[in-house]
Design a protein around this ligand. Structure first.
Ligand code: SAH
Length: 374
């Protein structure tokens, strides 16, 4: 069976792009561009260092370049293209950005502070086609894939929220969208994210790609030979329940996903993570926990249980602390390596797609900073 998971062609772009983005340029491409205009090729490294290391916000910031070159760069390339519509600051240090893209599409990305970790959660698509019933991102389907530049721009805007002595340490592709449905662009952006010389220098072991589970794309990811951490959003121990919660499962099924995950483990040696959003009275029963033990036993894997983060307007609820405890006990007793993720940014709309949805019907009057008081 062929699986049609690519988004439809983009809607007509209201604000067409005239210039290429600097974030699409490789070191080679920059060197060629420079030498074609009579500039020394070594400037390419200098320019990209300003973009990825020295946190410039514009070409004008690149003060050790000749002024004429700065002007030429400005004429030839776009720097950041999105507008930050809103910044939400949580008490626990989590910050979320709502970005408006050049064509009006909106995406979210998040910076999380956890001890020494500075993790970012990044979107891969505008909307999502997977249709997980409890998730805000997919309620209106998918508009389009993000480009390499749009994925990198999220990383760079979040990086610029950090003080100069702090660096991004982890990336999770867990924002809006299904990263494996946009794999070429995601891999292009991550190649820059992991590049220590002209990129962000984040080890691929600290980069997580979270997926609903598309077997053929998991195999392609394994071919990339970068030891990215793979997280599979399982959410149910059997196909009957999973197909209700994750409708795309009807076309795939748990077994082929687990088989692809096992191949990924064999190819990369990376321990897998399975994610399980715990929804009251739907997938939180002791029976579900026992079935999960059967399903995952024997795999070198970690189960990440995430209590549901309620989405306004959706009927799903977070289980009680007692139910969560019971669920956990059954898994631990069954020998499963289980982690209960602490929720971050609870006081802001930090779950996937929530902020975009909240602001959907409000006109955008310009950037604003919303600081939420405790
Ligand atoms: N499409 C990918 C990545 C984006 S979703 C995937 O399915 O993995 C990232 C994770 O957030 C998924 O495990 C998803 O199920 C979870 N998630 C989405 N909405 C949530 C919510 N309201 N509360 C808790 N977790 C949620």
């Amino acid at each position: 069976m062929t699986l049609e998971l690519t988004p439809p062609p983009s809607k007509p772009i209201s604000n067409p792009i005239e210039k290429p983005s600097i974030l699409e340029q490789s070191l080679d491409a920059m060197s060629i561009w420079l030498s074609g205009r009579g500039h020394p090729r070594y400037r390419a490294k200098q320019i990209l260092a300003w973009v990825y290391h020295r946190r410039a916000a514009s070409f004008a910031d690149m003060t050790d370049l000749p002024k004429a070159l700065r002007l030429e760069l400005e004429e030839a390339f776009d720097f950041f293209r999105s507008t930050t519509v809103e910044t939400q600051d949580s008490e626990d240090g989590t910050q979320k950005l709502l970005l408006q893209l050049h064509d009006g599409g909106r995406i979210e990305c998040v910076l999380l502070r956890d001890g020494p970790r500075r993790s970012i959660c990044v979107s891969s698509q505008v909307g999502c086609a997977m249709g997980c019933v409890f998730c805000a991102s997919g309620l209106d389907g998918v508009d389009r894939n993000l480009t390499r530049a749009e994925i990198l721009e999220q990383m760079l805007k979040l990086q610029r929220l950090l003080p100069p002595d702090e660096r991004l340490s982890h990336i999770v592709m867990m924002g809006m969208g299904e990263p494996l449905a946009n794999l070429p662009r995601v891999l292009d952006a991550l190649a820059v994210a992991k590049d220590p010389e002209i990129g962000l220098g984040i080890s691929p072991r600290r980069i997580t790609i979270s997926t609903v589970g598309i077997p053929a794309s998991i195999d392609k990811l394994a071919e990339d030979r970068s030891p990215y951490h793979l997280a599979i959003s399982l959410h149910a121990p059997n196909d009957l329940l999973r197909s209700q919660l994750v409708p795309v499962n009807k076309k795939i099924g748990i077994e082929p996903i687990l088989a692809a995950a096992d191949r990924y483990f064999q190819a990369t040696g990376r321990r897998l993570t399975f994610e399980y959003v715990l929804l009251k009275d739907l997938n939180d029963s002791p029976e579900c926990a026992r079935e999960l033990v059967q399903l995952l036993r024997g795999r070198t894997a970690m189960l990440n249980v995430i209590p549901y983060n309620p989405v306004p307007g959706l009927p799903y609820e977070t289980p009680s602390p007692d139910a969560i405890y019971e669920f956990r006990r059954t898994l631990v007793d069954g020998g499963i390596n289980v982690m209960f993720r602490q929720r971050k940014g609870n006081d802001i709309q930090a779950a996937c797609g929530q902020l975009r949805r909240l602001r959907q019907n409000e006109p955008f009057a310009g950037p604003s900073l919303v600081t939420l008081e405790p």
